[in-house]
Design a protein around this ligand. Structure first.
Ligand code: F0G
Length: 365
């Protein structure tokens, strides 16, 4: 009985999601069971005030609106579907939070187990809650993400567990669909694509998506790919491994990215760049975006916005002008990491439940 209801879910949901939308561009076949939560097709929102401020046409790709609140779901649907096709009984990953949340949800959907290896004390609360809610086995290690990923690599794809980090090429294949969506919506590739750079999978995925669409004649050009790292977690920018990366943007607190070489190649090929921003700039950009454009993203996702502000002022300001179209990927939802904002907010004492008392407070602000 239980098995039947699970099967019904898989078949029914296959009408939406990135595999259904872009099946012919993804490594799936007739026999691949499709594990989906309806990911993808996220809004590409024009940002008028951000455009004004930096002097170009800026769109935000709101990846926080995926089913588990981050872009990881695009890759996870493909990685988990393929893992099930190959007979996996479980998933395993290291994570700064979002991959584990996504893996836990798709494992639950597929009816298999999930083990997540996390740097102890460094996961935003919303992401940890997701892994718990979806029933993942959580293993906290006394180390950073790079060490957690090393353990996962050493464990390998042994036994029945499939690795679903972005070192799994099925993840990258799924994530390139975000670039397809951008071109499908804009009618061409943007001039610049800017996004946070952590373990360095997503930048490569976008570059692959744009290249594929150009080959198909759906886009005329290729955007400059610009990756943004946090000042003290910036191995690609500094061209050296950072042993103890630190940043408020815990999602990109990574010192030795697995996708480093591929991302560097994609950046070079596109005449792009890697830039750094400070934690203070990240938090300012997060707050600015929420208050000015109505878009609430997690700190790592505000890094590209902070990067844009820098770019518009700095020595690369020549890249931006009125006719330049810029897409900025905001990778994860703000609700995943509420502590940083709530720590800055102190709730005033309640007032009497009367019209006068409430009026009086409103008139003060
Ligand atoms: N933004 C968010 C919100 C992320 O969670 C990540 C990566 C990135 C950006 C960077 O993307 O690794 O492809 O360069 N998070 C991984 C995780 C590492 O475990 O959730 P990348």
């Amino acid at each position: 009985m239980q098995d039947e209801s699970k099967k019904a879910c898989v078949v029914e949901a296959a009408a939406s999601g990135v595999i259904s939308r872009y099946r012919d561009r993804l490594p799936v076949g007739e026999g691949t069971p499709i594990i989906t939560l309806g990911e993808g097709s996220t809004p590409l929102v024009f940002a008028p005030r951000l455009s004004d401020r930096i002097g170009g046409r800026v769109f935000i790709k709101c990846e926080g609106l995926n089913p588990t609140g981050s872009f990881k779901d695009r890759g996870m649907t493909v990685a988990v579907s393929k893992a099930i096709e190959r007979g996996a009984q479980g998933l395993i990953c290291a994570s700064t939070g979002n991959t584990s949340a996504s893996a836990a949800a798709y494992a639950a959907r597929a009816g298999i187990r999930c083990a997540v290896i996390l740097p102890a004390g460094k996961i935003a609360s919303g992401k940890l809650v997701q892994a718990i809610a979806h029933g993942a086995r959580i293993i906290s290690v006394d180390g950073n993400f790079d060490e957690a990923l090393r353990i996962v690599r050493e464990l390998g794809d042994k036994g029945e567990f499939a690795i679903v980090n972005s070192i799994n090429p099925d993840r990258i294949a799924g994530q390139k669909t975000a670039a397809f969506e951008v071109v499908d919506e804009l009618g061409d590739a943007p001039d610049i694509h800017i996004l946070p750079l952590g373990n360095a999978g997503n930048l490569t995925a976008y570059a692959a998506g744009y290249a594929e669409y150009r080959q198909l004649g759906k886009a005329r050009g290729l955007p400059r790919m610009i990756g943004i790292q946090a000042e003290h977690a910036a191995p690609v920018f500094h061209r050296r491994v950072i042993e103890r990366p630190e940043t408020v943007a815990s999602a990109i607190r990574i010192g030795n990215p697995a996708g480093w070489d591929a991302a560097q190649r994609a950046i070079d090929k596109s005449h792009g760049a890697v830039e750094i921003v400070t934690d203070e700039e990240i938090l300012k950009a997060q707050s600015w975006l929420a208050r000015t454009e109505g878009i609430f993203v997690e700190p790592a996702s505000a890094a590209p916005v902070a990067g844009l502000f820098r770019l518009a002022k700095g020595k690369r300001s020549d890249l931006i002008s009125e006719n330049v179209t810029i897409v900025c990927t905001c990778t994860g939802h703000g609700l995943k990491d509420p502590e940083i904002i709530s720590a800055r907010f102190s709730q005033a004492a309640p007032v009497a439940a009367t019209l006068e008392a409430v009026r009086e407070v409103i008139s003060r602000s």
